[in-house]
Design a protein around this ligand. Structure first.
Ligand code: KG4
Ligand code: ZN
Length: 345
């Protein structure tokens, strides 16, 4: 089956074509157009995002089909939740019209389920069962993936998502948006130990029955950075790398520790990282340091597939299409929705 995937949930207009069946899938093309305009505002402006999707959706899809070498596809998969509703609606409306005109099936895909599938496009062994850590600008979730479509939510953030924490801390440190890569770059130049922030929701005596065993919280860490930046003795030009490093160390140690707990409790042989923050090389290295000695493999997507893209949507859509699922022409966009197949721990 050849699937056209479309993703417009936030500030990337993306289209992709892939073909295959089961876990044998080949990516024929992937076009990602990032909306640079939001940098001016230091964050995504929803109305501007919707308008930018409108002007770019047709050329982005045309380019993806041309790169794939053929505009013949068997189905269309489109992100319909979660995300900015106006932005999502552009992709959903386009996908429905495209499918209707060509008498093709269309399937709505949950954006975070797409992130679960992204790594498998680059690593053929990144298949269930695995422990998944999804860390994006809007979500932070620890999920036990028993099989594709069978997900158990172990933990989540109580407040800010990991990427959101990176972006807000970047702003406090006077770094551009989106801040994650800038914080990582600046932190790389710092000596360890000049600053230390406490690890949020991380205590030795937590047990799996305790909801804080897997949940995370980053708003206190953000406040700790704010207080550090405002301290009278601080010279931001001098101390920026040390503060960035202390923030990143605290966030990464928390995520790694909670992931290790999940791997041990559920006896999974591999960990799959997804979402924009999974492009953080320091996080990936810390995860490998803890897990490889235990014989656990750690898979992370390249930055291109870690951030929002339509290939992961086409891949997740292919899975649902092969199960015989179809969306109707009443398919709608939703700002929030649970991942299909996700149950609480
Ligand atoms: O998955 P994504 O592209 O979009 C959402 O679905 O939210 O994630 C974007 C987030 C942003 O917050 C960005 O700062 C963060 O991913 N990010 C990073 C890195 N690259 C992107 N955070 C930390 N380190 C990075 N290298
Ligand atoms: Zn995303």
């Amino acid at each position: 089956m050849r699937v056209l995937g479309i993703e417009t949930s936030c500030d990337e207009t993306s289209a992709s074509v892939l073909h295959g069946s089961g876990n044998a899938v080949t990516q024929d093309s992937l076009v990602i157009l990032s909306q640079d305009v939001h940098r001016v505002f230091g964050g995504v402006v929803p109305e501007i995002a919707s308008r930018a999707h409108l002007t770019s959706i047709v050329p982005v899809v045309e380019r993806a089909l041309a790169d794939a070498g053929s505009d013949t596809v068997d189905a269309v998969a489109v992100t319909n939740a979660p995300g900015l509703v106006g932005a999502l609606l552009v992709g959903v409306s386009f996908a429905k019209a495209y499918a209707f005109a060509r008498v093709l099936p269309v399937i709505g895909v949950h954006h975070m389920e797409g992130h679960l599938f992204a790594t498998a496009l680059e690593h053929p062994d990144a298949l269930p069962p695995f422990t998944a850590l999804l860390v994006s600008g809007g979500h932070t979730m620890l999920i036990d993936v028993e099989a594709w479509g069978r997900y158990r939510l172990l933990g989540r953030t109580r407040d800010d998502a990991a990427g959101e924490a990176f972006d807000k801390v970047a702003k406090l440190l006077g770094l551009p948006y989106p801040g994650g890569p800038h914080v990582e770059r600046v932190a790389a130049g710092a000596d360890p130990g000049a600053y230390r922030f406490s690890r949020p929701m991380l205590r030795r005596n937590q047990s799996p029955q305790d909801s804080e065993f897997y949940d995370v919280s980053f708003s206190g860490l953000k406040t700790a950075v704010l207080n550090a930046v405002r301290a009278p003795e601080v010279d931001l030009e001098r101390d920026r790398p040390a503060i960035a490093r202390a923030f990143q160390d605290a966030l990464i140690e928390t995520l790694v520790e909670k992931t290790v707990r999940a791997v041990i409790q559920h006896r999974r042989p591999r960990v799959v990282l997804g979402g924009g923050v999974a492009g953080n090389a320091t996080l990936i290295a810390a995860m490998r340091d803890r897990l490889v000695p235990r014989g656990v493999e750690v898979f992370a997507p390249t930055a291109r597939l870690a951030t929002d893209n339509a290939a992961m949507i086409a891949r997740a859509g292919l899975f649902h299409l092969e199960r015989g699922e179809r969306s109707g022409l009443d398919l709608n966009a939703f700002a929030a929705q649970p991942i299909p197949g996700l149950v609480a721990a």
